[in-house]
Design a binder for this molecule. Structure first.
Ligand SMILES: NC(=O)c1ccc[n+]([C@@H]2O[C@H](COP(=O)([O-])OP(=O)(O)OC[C@H]3O[C@@H](n4cnc5c(N)ncnc54)[C@H](OP(=O)(O)O)[C@@H]3O)[C@@H](O)[C@H]2O)c1
Length: 263
């Protein structure tokens, strides 16, 4: 039976299940992750994004895996008031257990160096435009004394690199934000999980030649994300090898690091 929520029709009616709000649901990593979650339990996914047609297609695909879905318009350029209306509509519909955020924009580093608008877009998509939704979820979960906030940041936030320091800085901001949030929510039973992928074979990096042994498939990343939901940890690197790569990268002294222009 269909009914309308927000701007886009709900694909199925609710069943007794957990409710996950997914920002950037059309992300290739998010799609693989939702399919993996669908294998493990009964879910209602509130799919949020700006491509309504792609959201509808995804909802139809997921519903065949025995989960229910609704679709909602979300863009990081929306006003905080509109985001608040979206969040209030979602929690009114049913109790939310998980906020999963997969929105991300790599942007054009070279363009950002000359054009402040591009830099702002990168920050809006990776940080500023996500924070209001995370803040609404935080207050809500804090009241419930439970919940999961799962956000995909990136290893790029661990140390600024010449080739993508706008993107890296926006992801570093998100990592710092999540770190503080985790301290705030520690005693409230709310898990704040920072997911840090290395290279993942998606359209976001389709223009790049990825190094073979440290580039993950979306299925590998999805598997890691689902595992971390069931056994929560503060930070997860996916693939795991990236935790060692980034440890070594962070330890490199500046007088060496600044000479590594291939980074
Ligand atoms: N692929 C990698 O190598 C890699 C590595 C580290 C971290 N990550 C992170 O992993 C996450 C998922 O990325 P992905 O690889 O799956 O890339 P993707 O398929 O390109 O997904 C990016 C998602 O972000 C959404 N988005 C971008 N700008 C938006 C905006 N202004 N408002 C609302 N939604 C917006 C896109 O929506 P549309 O469908 O409407 O464009 C899409 O759903 C991102 O946070 C990314 O930074 C990726």
């Amino acid at each position: 039976m269909g009914k309308r929520v927000g701007d886009i029709a709900v694909e199925t009616e609710p069943v007794s299940c957990k409710h996950m709000v997914v920002l950037g649901a059309t992300s290739e990593i998010a799609v693989a992750t939702l399919k993996e979650f669908a294998k493990k339990g009964q879910w209602h996914f509130s799919l949020c994004g700006r491509n309504e047609e792609a959201l509808r297609h995804l909802a139809v695909e997921l519903v065949s895996s025995n989960v229910s879905c609704s679709c909602h318009y979300y863009d990081t350029a929306m006003s905080a008031e509109d985001m608040q209306k979206l969040w209030e509509g979602l929690v009114k519909e049913r109790r939310v257990e998980v906020l999963f955020c997969a929105v991300g924009y790599l942007g054009d580093q070279k363009l950002a160096q000359d054009c402040p608008d591009e830099g702002q877009l990168i920050f809006e998509a990776n940080f500023n435009g996500l924070v209001p939704m995370i803040a609404f979820a935080t207050n809500y979960f804090e009241g419930l004394k439970q919940g999961h906030i799962m956000v995909i940041s990136s290893v790029a936030g661990d140390r600024g690199r010449c080739s993508n320091y706008y993107y890296g800085a926006s992801k570093a901001a998100m990592s710092a934000y999540l770190s503080g949030l985790r301290v705030r929510l520690y005693s409230k039973g709310v898990h704040v999980i920072n997911i840090k992928p290395g290279y993942v074979k998606t359209r976001m990096v389709a223009h790049k030649k990825l190094p073979p042994y440290i580039s993950a498939s979306v299925e590998t990343v999805a598997h890691d994300i689902v595992n971390i939901y069931y056994k929560p940890k503060a930070v997860v690197y996916t693939m795991w090898l990236w935790s060692y790569i980034m440890l070594a990268t962070k330890m490199l002294p500046d007088f060496i690091f600044k000479r590594l222009s291939m980074f």
